[in-house]
Design a protein around this ligand. Structure first.
Ligand SMILES: Cc1cc2nc3c(=O)[nH]c(=O)nc-3n(C[C@H](O)[C@H](O)[C@H](O)COP(=O)(O)OP(=O)(O)OC[C@H]3O[C@@H](n4cnc5c(N)ncnc54)[C@H](O)[C@@H]3O)c2cc1C
Length: 385
């Protein structure tokens, strides 16, 4: 079967699953700021979140291209992959850098959903995008690491068993380069909560289950270290291209949802005796948003193809994320404008998706940081920060 045919089958199957979770399901959870447990379970049971786990560990061993199609279709259905995407790709660090014993222990259970690896702990309140300056410390004492510090915006921590934590194991003033001395620990939160780990939810403008984490001398077994001590920043960077491509696909899905809704509404809504979409002032912004989504999609397809063939794709993955996030945000604005007053009404879902897609201007990496990457690493200009 050709790649295209596999993608069509996959799209159809994901679309079918998403049909059981219509707008009203998401609207209701949004109002209550509740986690979509039933939706995530349905995706897990169908095996979609194990798409990137190799078959030998119980997953389906698909590529980023296929995984991105799954997330695109979720968002295109009006749903939000933010609830589940991390279960798909956070395990990549374990897969690439974990020991054989760690892989055998965790990956099959992550594939079935018996273990949820949905939380990834990088961001900190005082250091933000300046990741290497993070202050959370993991100090080796015998056969444990003792972790102290604070993380912020750690999403899905309340709905995850494991946390992939990035912490400093060597103080920054004792390393030659700022990226050195960071390490990755796979923390079992089921054991940690109440023994040095406290999770505090943060209510945000959209339904995102994000939290703050407080580490107060949490003892983590040394066997939780992933790869070599001190190399965590390198491992972190290794996983970013996959994340960028998958988020780009979600944005493409969002954009297509907005454009579908906006163009339909523009055809149906009659004001001044004609469909509003007959006015170029209404029609052209929707058409332009469509053009931009389709262009962003090409960069996402290019980045995924490079990634899946093992080639360098840092520039393309970053550009895909920026283009797709901008295009979905443009489509969101256009949809609100097309719906007029109804764009603000919760019952029409436009405002909900508008709030959701805005996130991708900021997380997991903000647009400015991508431009800084392109300026420095693609165009060779001086580092700006
Ligand atoms: C809902 C949500 C979920 C998240 N989930 C996670 C998660 O699961 N795990 C996790 O680790 N993190 C998570 N994050 C954190 C996210 O990755 C950060 O918010 C993001 O990287 C930006 O960091 P910051 O918020 O500290 O902004 P800051 O670094 O304080 O930046 C603020 C603004 O200034 C700009 N800026 C800063 N420095 C420069 C510069 N040198 N040049 C130009 N512009 C600059 C930025 O682009 C940004 O617009 C999440 C965030 C949100 C809001």
């Amino acid at each position: 079967m050709s790649h295209e045919a596999i993608h069509q089958d996959l799209r159809g199957a994901v679309r079918e699953l998403c049909r059981s979770f219509p707008d009203a399901y998401w609207r209701d959870l949004d109002a209550r700021r509740e986690y979509p447990t039933a939706f995530v379970k349905a995706l897990t049971d169908a095996g979609y979140l194990a798409a990137l786990i190799p078959e030998e560990f119980g997953g389906s061993g698909l590529g980023i291209a296929e995984a991105s199609v799954i997330l695109e279709e979720i968002n295109r259905s009006g749903a939000n992959s933010g609830a589940c995407h991390a279960q798909m790709y956070t395990m990549g660090t374990l897969l690439r850098h974990g020991s054989d014993a760690q892989k055998r222990e965790y990956l099959p259970k992550i594939a079935t959903g018996e273990l949820r690896l949905q939380a990834f702990g990088v961001s900190e309140p005082t250091t933000g995008s300046d990741t290497t300056q993070m202050k959370t410390m993991a100090v080796r004492k015998g056969d444990t690491y003792v972790v102290s510090g604070q993380k912020v915006w750690i999403s899905r921590a309340e709905h995850s068993d494991l946390l992939l934590l990035v912490a400093r194991t060597t103080p920054i003033d004792q390393v030659k380069k700022r990226g050195e001395g960071l390490s990755i620990l796979l923390v079992d939160m089921r054991e940690a909560i109440g023994h040095g780990l406290t999770i505090r939810p943060i209510r945000t403008m959209m339904n995102h289950a994000t939290t703050e984490l407080f580490f107060d001398d949490l003892a983590v077994p040394a066997s939780a270290l992933v790869g070599e001590e001190g190399k965590g920043f390198r491992y972190l960077i290794d996983g970013l291209n996959a994340e960028r491509i998958l988020i780009a696909a979600e944005c493409v899905g969002d954009g297509r949802w907005f454009i579908e809704r906006a163009s339909k509404y523009a055809k149906d809504r009659v004001v001044f005796g004609r469909p509003i979409g007959q006015n170029q002032g209404v029609q052209f912004p929707i058409a332009r948003a469509h053009v931009n989504i389709e262009a962003a999609d090409l960069m996402r397809i290019k980045a995924a193809a490079l990634f899946d063939s093992g080639k360098a794709c840092g520039a393309e993955a970053n550009m895909a994320k920026l283009l797709a996030a901008d295009a979905s945000w443009e489509a969101a604005n256009v949809a609100v404008q097309t719906y007029g007053g109804f764009g603000f009404a919760e019952d029409y879902d436009i405002e909900r998706k508008f709030r959701e897609t805005k996130l991708y201007q900021v997380a997991p990496i903000s647009t400015n940081m991508i431009l800084a990457y392109v300026g420095e690493h693609v165009l060779g200009m001086p580092r700006s920060y």
